[in-house]
Design a binder for this molecule. Structure first.
Ligand SMILES: Cc1cc2nc3c(=O)[nH]c(=O)nc-3n(C[C@H](O)[C@H](O)[C@H](O)COP(=O)(O)O)c2cc1C
Length: 346
């Protein structure tokens, strides 16, 4: 097993076995205002949403998590089956492992066996800086073809890189690399954080590029610093174990990030609200703050390691909760969710 393979495996294992959540989940600080006279019928709520030109069955995506080692194939397959059933979007984890070892391709490409309306390819930002523009374009096309992706996600994960013993904290040249990629790749490019969020400033800079959207990947759910804390502990690496703990709660809270990114981009780009979404009520709160859809990672990881049925049940519950939330605020269309008022305690 290569370093990369075992690392992805360890991330999943640690996420399941340890509590790697941020100390506070900021969706608890957002309250939707109850509408005692909603004047709509719950079953008639229109859920359909268009994202990156694709119609999805609910304002929800499964955020990219895994691939690149044998067991990941089943996880991605279970997630893909749920994405197909509810016609929602789905991402895979960083595809770097399959570029280095083509025999691992099918741990990602299994998602092609399912009829998913919107698929996201994925690579870490430091990787595209190391490759340079020409090689990035070639590799991006390979990753897109691997899963028939409609969108190419560049993942910002500098918190993880900064606290990881083998971290590649190469951030110099990252913005230019993303900018050029978004100009030259035929497939839409989005920028995605992975648990530390995107601030106003960064979103403003990104808005000057041709990227098609932003997944805020905010703070409040999975903390990669926590994951690295436990990973370092396993190999008795005291320095990085300590660093992981120090930065455990680092980042821009997801609800704050949604609002800052929206304002910085003048609400012109679709925003995916990933980070700490535990249920359909959290997802509905994200829509009320202006996100186009919510993204779920950790909440679906456990069921996805168990079975297809467990994964489908979890997605079903989340979608039903979004519907119930919309009913209780009296909104019959996803696009109208951002018009309602919210109580903020952030
Ligand atoms: C086990 C695990 C592996 C992940 N791997 C990736 C990855 O390869 N690429 C990526 O962009 N994000 C990755 N993420 C980050 C998620 O997509 C998401 O942004 C983050 O976990 C916050 O969402 P959550 O609070 O719902 O978990 C991973 C998350 C988990 C839990």
């Amino acid at each position: 097993m290569s370093k990369t393979e075992s690392r992805k495996d360890e991330h999943v294992k640690i996420s399941l076995e340890k509590d790697v959540a941020a100390v506070h989940n900021y969706w608890d600080d957002v309250k939707l205002i109850h509408n005692a006279l909603p004047e709509i019928n719950k079953d008639e709520i229109d859920f359909s949403t268009k994202l990156f030109g694709k119609k999805i069955g609910a304002p929800l995506i499964i955020a990219g998590m895994t691939g690149g080692y044998e067991k990941a194939k089943k996880i991605n397959e279970n997630l893909a089956a749920a994405a197909e059933k509810y016609q929602i979007g789905m991402g895979v984890g960083s595809q770097r492992a399959a570029l280095e070892k083509p025999e691992l391709k099918e741990t990602y490409s299994i998602v092609k066996d399912y009829d998913i309306p919107l698929r996201f390819a994925n690579i870490g930002a430091s990787q595209i800086v190391l490759w340079g523009h020409k090689q990035t374009l070639e590799n991006a096309q390979k990753m897109i073809d691997m899963i028939d992706a409609n969108v190419f996600a560049v993942c910002l994960n500098f918190l993880q890189e900064a606290v990881q013993s083998e971290g590649e904290a190469h951030a110099k040249g990252c913005f230019d690399a993303i900018k050029k990629l978004a100009e030259d790749l035929d497939t839409p490019v989005i920028v995605k954080e992975s648990g530390a969020g995107i601030s106003f400033d960064v979103a403003e800079r990104l808005s000057k590029t041709k990227i098609a959207g932003i997944d805020v990947g905010g703070h409040g759910g999975t903390s990669f610093s926590a994951i690295e804390h436990f990973r370092s502990g396993m190999i008795n690496d005291k320095l990085h174990e300590r660093g992981g703990k120090t930065f455990w709660n680092w980042g821009v809270a997801t609800p704050t990030s949604v609002m800052e990114v929206g304002e910085a981009t003048e609400w012109k780009l679709p925003i995916i609200a990933t980070g700490g979404i535990r249920n359909g009520l959290d997802a509905a709160k994200a829509l009320a703050l202006g996100a186009s859809c919510a993204g779920v990672a950790h909440t679906l990881l456990e069921p996805a390691t168990k079975s297809m049925d467990a994964t489908i049940s979890e997605v079903d519950a989340i979608i039903k909760e979004i519907r119930a939330s919309m009913f209780l605020v009296g909104v019959d269309k996803v696009s109208k969710m951002s018009d309602i008022g919210v109580d903020l305690w952030i």
